[in-house]
Design a protein around this ligand. Sequence first.
Ligand code: SF4
Ligand code: SF4
Length: 110
Amino acid sequence: MAIMITEDCINCGACEPECPNTAIYEGGAEWKLGDKTFGLEDAAPSGATGFAKADFFYIVPDKCTECVGFHDEPQCAAVCPVDCCVQDPNNVESKEQLLAKKDYLDSLGR
Ligand code: SF4
Ligand code: SF4
């Protein structure tokens, strides 16, 4: 399961440097997967859309492994001062799927 950021985000930026997958971006910013850049209107390879349009920090579901492969717990949730990094019910994945995603991100350079 990927983690998502709710509208309770206060845009403090504490989570972004903690993400081992560079899955966290500032609201309105373009995001990258490997050498490809995605705009706000672009769908991710998984088909996910809309996550980049918020005016607060967001997580790219295609890049979030819930920190599986790096840490015992989601680092964004661990540092967030307002507890707005939560499980994303629209992106439910098993640990095996999350590990496969990590390998995929490894191959792309994230
Ligand atoms: S759970 Fe881990 S991989 Fe996912 S966005 Fe948070 S810090 Fe990044
Ligand atoms: S740490 Fe929490 S409040 Fe701060 S930018 Fe990240 S999600 Fe938003």
